[in-house]
Design a protein. Structure first.
Length: 425
């Protein structure tokens, strides 16, 4: 049996690696449930609870699913093939509310950032729901939406500002899906609408959100069930209709959940690696103390469905004098030998209080050249949304405090965190 001193030491060790949620979501009395973002099973169950006969529930839930997830309906009155009596019954029990968009920002390069306020889920939220940020990055042949899985983050990665924030709670699967619904509302990206891929209104007409990356706030694999359910709703071809090959889940290395992610979500995998030695990764990504590089890469090699068409993306933030030497590049190539992979090199922008600096551009190019010559794609992420601080490492949980600081930083021309981008097909 462990002694109290050993228990205390163990608790101190893991508190430096992981944070626990401050509270769990719960239903608030008297508040109608939104049907937006629910799984098929949850939608059917809610209809039965509201009095829809079980023998009709599959048909009725299918009708509502079509209107919510394919047509983007925002009012039950829009559902032309649903009877008036049922529409009235639905309106009595449910809503089609989305999270509130508190602020909208559009970068000069077309990147969009939304501060989204979720519906309150707990008395501790004082009737004001949790706030997260969601970022849309348009490209010539794709549009990538970066979504959050937690309010705050479980982990304590030393180079990431989000990791310095408290973990408020996990997002539900519906709240994760609702970020895509909000983006489609904002972009006019529903079936029957004809948006332009270009933020200025020019360019090719087509679907704007083509790719999803779970690279916003939070560690997705510490909210595993909700993330898997959200991927299922997003990829349903009778609804939101994204390909699972265009949904990428990024993890800092929660090794036990990696095979489950491949088996249950069949999503693309990205690994926040950032170091090639355990001693350095222990500092940058403290989760490495639980799941070292050897174990992490073993899980990657065994990832279900892994092949040259379904490569793993390894994310590597470039930190000056820390992880950017020629020797680091060669060791990275050695470590990844035999894994179908590509390496995203991410220029780092310091945030207030950060002790790191971005590698010089010549050093990044040299690092990329070594990796590329070894046979791996090694794109350097182009900074996007710099003027609106649309960066992974800055996404907010303590919104009011950060909003004030962000304004000051924008006035000073400073950006923080990592720049978003996705090269997934």
């Amino acid at each position: 049996m462990a002694t109290p001193s050993l228990d205390s030491a163990r608790a101190a060790t893991f508190s430096a690696i992981e944070k626990t949620p401050e509270f769990r979501p719960e239903a608030l009395p008297g508040r109608k449930l939104s049907l937006v973002g629910l799984t098929r099973d949850a939608l059917k169950a809610r209809l039965i609870e509201a009095g829809v006969p079980e023998r009709e529930s599959r048909m009725r839930s299918g009708q509502i699913w079509h209107w919510v997830n394919l047509r983007g309906a925002q009012d039950f009155a829009e559902m032309t093939n649903v009877g008036k009596g049922l529409k009235a019954e639905l309106a009595q029990h449910f809503t089609l509310e989305r999270p509130e968009v508190v602020t909208r920002q559009v970068s000069r390069d077309g990147t969009r950032k939304w501060l989204i306020r979720m519906a309150p889920t707990n008395a501790q939220e004082h009737n004001r729901g949790a706030e997260i940020e969601c970022v849309y990055i348009p490209g010539p042949d794709r549009g990538t939406l970066c979504v959050s899985s937690q309010v705050g983050c479980t982990l304590t990665c030393s180079f990431c500002h989000t990791g310095t924030q408290r973990l408020v709670r996990n997002l539900s699967s519906a709240e994760i899906v609702q970020q895509l619904v909000v983006a489609r509302d904002e972009l006019g990206d529903w079936t029957g609408q004809m948006p332009s891929r270009d933020a200025g209104g020019a360019g090719e007409v087509g679907r704007l959100v083509t790719n999803i990356v779970f690279m916003g706030m939070g560690e997705p694999l510490y909210n595993f069930d909700a993330v898997v359910d959200a991927v299922g709703v997003m990829s349903d071809q009778e609804g939101l209709g994204l390909s699972r090959r265009r949904i990428t889940v990024s993890t800092s290395g929660v090794v036990p959940q990696i095979p489950r992610l491949g088996a249950e979500a069949n999503a693309m995998l990205a690994i926040s690696l950032h170091a090639v030695r355990d001693d350095l990764r222990d500092e940058l990504v403290p989760l490495n103390r639980k799941y070292p590089i050897r174990d992490l890469l073993a899980a990657c090699r065994a990832y279900p469905g892994l092949n040259n068409a379904r490569r793993i993306t390894f994310e590597y933030v470039m930190l000056k004098g820390v992880n950017d030497s020629d020797a680091d590049a060669r060791e990275l190539v050695r470590l990844l030998k035999g894994i179908p992979a590509k390496i995203n090199l991410i220029p780092f922008n310091p945030w207030p209080g950060s002790r790191y600096e971005c590698s010089d551009w010549e050093r990044i190019e040299r690092f990329s050249e070594i990796v590329f010559n070894a046979g791996y794609a090694s794109p350097v992420r182009t900074p996007r949304g710099r003027d609106i601080l649309a960066a992974c490492g800055q996404l907010k949980s303590e919104t009011e405090k950060l909003r004030a600081r962000a304004r000051m930083m924008m006035e000073d021309g400073i950006a923080e965190g990592l720049y978003l981008g996705s090269d997934e097909d």
